[in-house]
Design a protein around this ligand. Structure first.
Ligand code: SF4
Length: 346
C-alpha cells in the first residue's frame, strides 16, 4: 500500500525525502505544494523533475477528499459540505463566516462511538478514524472552493478527536507549521466529551490550542443520562483534567452545554453549574439543542435560554449562547451525512 504523503509532519517528510536520495530543499518544495498550494496530485508539482514526481507517485499517494454536496445559507453565508473519502465514506464539515475571518468545523472520525444521546453522529456508531491527511483535506478543499483563507479551525464535527489522538496531533502540527497554512495554535479549538487520560496527555504537548469540554450536564447523574462516556470518567475526574490543562497551558477552558428543555435547563441546573464554573477561569457556551428526528429532545425557547444565561452571568460566569448559524440549511451537526446515507441506501 502506498504511504499517505499529506500526513507527514515537516520533519517526517524531510526524512522520507532524504531516504529517496533527494536533497533536503526538495522536502520543503513538496511540503509547500501539499500544505500551501494545496495540490491534490503530484502532477501539479511542476518545479519538481519528472523523474522525482514519478518516484513520489510510485511510493506515495495524496488521499482524496472530494466535495460531493454543498448547502449554502442565504441568511449568514454558512456552508455545509459533504466530502467523499477514498473508501466511499462521507464526512461533514461546516464553514462559518465571521467578521474576524473564516472558521471551519471539521470531522475527526467517520461516525463516533461515544453515543451522546442528543447527537446525530452517534447513531450509526464508529466506522473508522480519519487520518491527519483527511482532516487537513477538509480545510484545504474548503479554502480552495471559496478562494479565501481559513483562519480558525474547530475540531467539533463528527467524531471524538481525543479518540483519534495520534492523527489529531499530527493534524495540528501540520496545520500550524510555518511551511504550511501556518494557522495560529490559538485559533484552533479541540472539543472533547471528556476522555480523561488523553486530556492529560494533551496538556503535556506544549500546545496553545483551546480545549473545549462538552459538559452538557450539571451533575454526574445528568451527564451519565446524556453521555455514556460519563460512566467511564466521572465529572470530578473530568473537571480535574480541565484544571490540569489550564495549569499546564494557561489556556482558559471552554465548556460546551447543549441545552435540552426540561432535562438540563432548570433552576437547579443553573445553580449546580454556577458551583462548578465559578471557581474556574473558563467560558461557557450554551447551545440550544437541535432537534433530530431519531430523538425526542426539545430545544428551549429563546426566553428560557436567555433566563438561564442571565442567572449564570449574575454570578460572574462568562457565558454566550451559541449564535445559530445557517438555520435555513438547518439540522444538527451530522445530519447532512445521515440524510446522504439514508439516500444512498434507498
Ligand atoms: S457529541 Fe461528539 S462525542 Fe458525542 S457522540 Fe456526537 S460526535 Fe461523538
Amino acid at each position: 500500500m502506498k504511504k499517505d504523503i499529506r500526513a507527514y509532519t515537516y520533519e517526517e517528510l524531510q526524512k522520507e525525502i532524504q531516504l529517496l536520495g533527494e536533497k533536503s530543499f526538495r522536502a520543503k518544495q513538496v511540503y509547500e505544494w501539499l500544505h500551501q498550494k494545496l495540490a491534490d496530485s503530484f502532477a501539479e508539482m511542476t518545479n519538481l523533475s519528472k523523474n522525482f514526481r514519478n518516484q513520489l507517485e510510485e511510493e506515495y499517494e495524496i488521499l482524496p477528499v472530494e466535495m460531493t454536496a454543498r448547502q449554502e445559507s442565504k441568511l449568514d453565508g454558512t456552508n455545509k459540505f459533504l466530502f467523499c473519502l477514498y473508501d466511499g465514506n462521507v464526512v461533514e464539515s461546516v464553514l462559518m463566516r465571521y467578521k474576524h475571518g473564516n472558521s471551519v468545523c471539521i470531522s475527526s472520525q467517520v461516525g463516533c462511538r461515544m453515543g451522546c444521546r442528543f447527537c446525530a453522529s452517534a447513531i450509526g456508531g464508529l466506522e473508522r478514524n480519519l487520518s491527519a491527511s483527511e482532516m487537513l483535506g477538509q480545510i484545504y478543499q474548503i479554502q480552495k472552493i471559496i478562494g479565501e483563507r481559513v483562519s480558525n479551525v474547530v475540531v467539533m464535527g463528527t467524531g471524538e478527536p481525543l479518540d483519534n489522538y495520534d492523527n489529531l496531533l499530527n493534524f495540528i502540527r501540520i496545520l500550524t507549521d510555518e511551511h504550511g497554512l501556518h494557522i495560529s495554535q490559538r485559533n484552533i479549538t479541540v472539543s472533547t466529551c471528556g476522555i480523561v487520560p488523553q486530556m492529560y496527555s494533551l496538556a503535556k504537548e506544549h500546545l496553545q490550542i483551546t480545549l473545549a469540554l462538552s459538559l452538557h450536564g450539571s451533575n454526574q447523574e445528568k451527564r451519565k443520562m446524556l453521555m455514556p462516556v460519563a460512566n467511564k470518567y466521572n465529572l470530578e475526574e473530568v473537571l480535574d483534567a480541565c484544571d490540569n490543562y489550564f495549569e499546564k497551558t494557561g489556556r482558559r477552558i471552554t465548556f460546551e452545554y447543549s441545552m435540552v428543555h426540561g432535562v438540563n435547563d432548570t433552576d437547579e441546573d443553573a445553580k449546580e453549574l454556577i458551583e462548578i464554573l465559578k471557581p474556574r477561569n473558563c467560558h461557557l457556551n450554551l447551545i440550544p439543542v437541535n432537534p433530530i428526528k431519531e430523538r425526542d429532545f426539545v430545544r428551549p425557547n429563546r426566553e428560557n435560554a436567555l433566563n438561564f444565561k442571565n442567572k449564570l452571568e449574575k454570578c460572574g460566569i462568562n457565558v454566550t449562547i451559541r449564535r445559530e448559524m445557517g438555520s435555513d440549511i438547518g439540522g444538527a451537526c451530522g445530519q447532512l451525512r445521515r440524510s446522504y446515507q439514508g439516500r444512498s441506501t434507498i
